[in-house]
Design a protein around this ligand. Sequence first.
Ligand SMILES: [Zn+2]
Ligand SMILES: [Zn+2]
Length: 102
Amino acid sequence: MLELRPNCELCDRDLPPDSAEALICSYECTFCAACVEGVLANVCPNCGGGFEKRPIRPASAWREGTGLVNDPAGTRRRQTPYTRGEIEAFSGTLRDVPPQGR
Ligand SMILES: [Zn+2]
Ligand SMILES: [Zn+2]
């Protein structure tokens, strides 16, 4: 099950489960749209992959055992271990390669 992480790993802004600003990589690294566009250039600093919009999990259990009422969002806040300089250098090497070619 997808872990709905509570914050942007770079700027630490809150990204609640209903946020339209949350983007994830295939490892569920989670960043806000502003950081992905303005800093990361669609390059995850932790794995080099691209980002997609995080799906919104329904609040209600429309099917038994599902929804945030049964599977709530995660609470562990994370922060990328890389410095801003490291991140910019890393994205600089990959930003012009589409995710399919990385
Ligand atoms: Zn951010
Ligand atoms: Zn990643």
